[in-house]
Design a protein around this ligand. Structure first.
Ligand code: NAP
Ligand code: ZN
Ligand code: ZN
Length: 371
């Protein structure tokens, strides 16, 4: 067994604290990876606080991982020891259902869906007492740790030219915003709206801009206006008096081909619906919960759509990394030691981050020496 150290929440209102635990060594087709960096996604906070009512404790979050391969299990040939690699939100899936066969592992139709990088069983708490899941493993522990073991098909290559620390958030924030843009065909010349300028939203602005779109950022934070322009937004709209402002915008033309909402909680989509062109789609990736009702008159009369989207496939994860390297874009990050992760999570909740915290995992050595 591998002696690992990570930061874990013990219950829904606990701070993250050091946890020593064991991981299975790399089995056939698996890779052992030394974790170098891990991004702090807002999903980590939802999960730690059990806001999706499915957290299994102890919970070691983290699914924006950059690391180095330290050992390859039997038959694992995709990478060699020393390679710089990435791991995102999935470390396995059933690999046999239609979605998996089509390369859409994030929509795995197996009984437990894909195997999440952390909180793997994804079972209702009442059924999760054993911690076992369909893959025969215990609850998975994520990237706020020094080592992880992953099936090689779920590991991606960090391309040359990408800073390893900045590459980490591309594994979730990058692919989650890139995948719907690809699926709904965002292209050069399109007008794209991005709601919420956090970890996901700021990547959405950069990616849409690099795809050649004219981007409008919708933000609740007046002090992000300058930053939004620096990220590549052609226009910035403050979401103050949203309804009146949007109706005015809609009346003066300038409707959108695609709008992406990254807001992490229930919010009113109606002011944004009126801004869509005929046949255009507003995709919600932020709030994974029941949303306020949408006025179907605004939807039906213009054949508009409201849709959701979940992370992205492994192929898309590789594609967005390569896309970022090619277009020389990367998340704007602030590197922190793991000992500051609780304070960082509070700042993310307060919207006080520009734009993603990334944990330097060498800082875990301090806790290792202390135990
Ligand atoms: P984040 O860094 O906290 O950014 C969210 C941004 O939304 C904030 O910076 C803020 O931007 C805006 N916002 C926050 N509260 C708001 C409110 N009440 N009304 C309007 N705007 C608000 O979070 P993140 O890491 O980007 O994650 C965003 C959400 O996506 C989380 O809920 C996360 O769980 C989810 N997520 C989903 C997927 C998926 O597969 N669908 C994948 C990853 C993450 P402004 O200051 O600009 O307004
Ligand atoms: Zn995430
Ligand atoms: Zn499957």
């Amino acid at each position: 067994m591998i002696d690992a150290i990570g930061y874990a929440a013990k219950h829904s209102f606990s701070r993250l604290k050091p946890l020593i635990f064991q991981r299975e060594p790399a089995g056939p087709g698996e890779l052992e990876i030394e974790i170098l960096y891990c991004g702090v996604c807002h999903s980590d906070i939802h999960q730690v606080k059990n806001e999706w009512s499915n957290t299994v404790y102890p919970c070691v979050p983290g699914h924006e991982i950059t690391g180095r391969v330290t050992r390859a299990g039997a038959g694992a040939t995709k990478f060699k020891v020393g390679d710089l690699v990435g791991v995102g939100c999935m470390i396995d899936s059933c690999r046999s259902c239609a979605s998996c066969q089509e390369g859409n592992e994030q929509y795995c139709e197996g009984p437990n869906s894909f195997l999440a990088t952390y909180n793997g069983p994804m079972l209702p708490a009442a059924q999760a007492t054993t911690g076992a899941n369909m893959y025969g493993r215990d609850n998975t522990y994520g990237g706020y740790s020094d080592v992880i073991v992953v099936r090689e098909e779920f590991v991606v290559r960090i391309p040359d030219g990408l800073d390893p620390a900045a590459a980490a958030p591309i594994q979730c924030a990058g692919v989650t915003t890139f995948s719907p843009m690809k699926h709904w065909g965002v292209k050069a010349g399109d007008k794209v709206g991005v709601i919420g300028l956090g970890g996901l939203g700021h990547m959405a602005v950069k990616l849409a801009r690099a795809l050649g779109a004219e981007v409008t950022a919708f933000t609740t934070s007046a002090d992000k206006e300058g930053a939004a322009v620096a990220l590549g937004a052609a226009h910035v709209e403050l979401e103050k008096d949203a309804k009146a402002q949007m109706e005015k915008m809609a009346a003066t033309g300038g409707r959108f081909d695609f709008i992406l909402s990254t807001v992490p909680e229930k919010h009113d989509l109606n002011p944004f619906m009126v801004l869509l062109k005929r046949d255009a789609t507003l995709v919600v990736v932020g709030a994974l919960e029941p949303l306020a009702p949408v006025n179907n008159q605004q939807v039906a009369f213009h054949r508009r759509s409201v849709a959701g989207s979940l992370i992205g496939s492994i192929a898309e994860q590789q594609e967005v990394l390569d896309f970022c390297a090619k277009h020389r874009i990367a998340p704007d990050i602030e590197i922190i030691p793991i000992q500051e992760v609780n304070a960082a999570m509070k700042k993310v909740e307060a919207g006080d981050v520009r734009f993603r915290y990334v944990i330097d995992m060498t800082s875990l050595k301090e806790d290792r020496e202390a135990v």
